[in-house]
Design a protein. Sequence first.
Length: 429
Amino acid sequence: MTTLDPWGAVKIDNYSKLFDEFGISKFEDLLGKIKNPHRYMRRRVIFGHRSYDSVLNAMLSGKPFAAMSGFMPTGKAHLGHKMVMEEIIWHQQQGGDAFLAIADMEAHAVRGKTWKECRELGINEYILSAIALGLLPGAHIYFQSGFNPVKDLSFEIGIKANFSELSAIYGFSGDTNISHMVSTLTQSADILHPQLKEFGGPKPVVIPVGADQDPHIRLTRGLAYKTNMFFVEERRAGNGLISVRGKAAPKEALKEIAKRTGGKLYEEHVDISGRTLDDVESVVREVELEYGGYAFMPPASTYHKFMTGLQGGKMSSSIPESYIGLTDKPEDGAKKVMRAITGGRVTLYEQKKLGGEPDKCSVYELLLYHLVEDDNELLEVYKDCVGGTRVCGNCKKFTAELMRRFLKDHQEKREAAREMLGEFGLSIT
Ligand code: SF4
């Protein structure tokens, strides 16, 4: 059994297991429907999803949708964080509302960071980089500790979560501090709050994450179901029988659903036939909102592969040589590329004869994930590598130069982003 641990340093070797064991769907099945897919989508870096169809349908039909993610301010923002920022920005560019949380409550409770450190790292490392990468005003950026809608919602959904459930997902024990447990609920509230009335009400919301974050997503989807007044179940597929159960809903609300759907009212449920599931769910949400409920849609998620560390193994914030930070000096970033592990052969003779192994090369990964936008150009690099006409020394120099230029350009944009903080309702202090 694969174990997913959001706070651990697990390496997920076999992504395909996730489809079977955790019910994650293949992203490539949706790819053909997406206009202008992001390079992570085109290049199968994003490999899985839950309910992304709901986001895609909203995107294609001009209906509201959103993307949200959170960053724990514990150290330098690096290329792994850039991936998530880019995914949020891409969804904003497609017409979605963007939400970006700084998970300072989690950093304080789980990693012992002071509030001052959280504030400084949050602004300097994460927020400035997100704006420099293209996040536009209109995006909702907040620190958890100063944001009452999330704190209030976290209290509310906490009523539906219990210790056994959280322990089963996160491995909490009797020694786990209570604020650590609360921080998991705060993250669930982060994910659900874009659907609150004050942010436009229920809508599809995608959370782009690495596969190790799936436990949060599963917990939050469960909490969304439990917090809602109604449970809608398709008892016969297609236009067959759909049942709406009221749990603790007012009887009047159930009556209203029966009236608006033409369904048959029973003591605690309504049976509806001849309507589609989408149709019924939409009526149920409408009625639930009128009666003061949340009517959350289960949050959607996309899952991306992790980048490997520059020295092999996993990228780790505690090993500076394993990652490139977005605030690393451009020359230092280039040097890290020159020292990175490649998929090259032991001798030049073998390289020319057998070709390199880009699939095992951290330098190639930098090109694929970050530095080459044009798919054809990337394909040429790949072909030259496996064909043995590209040698690692030159390839590293080429990549190091692209990295140097990227960091220089990004850091200039970060300076400009400082001037834009006010447009996001933020200040440097
Ligand atoms: S030639 Fe480039 S892509 Fe191929 S193994 Fe060497 S560094 Fe990696």
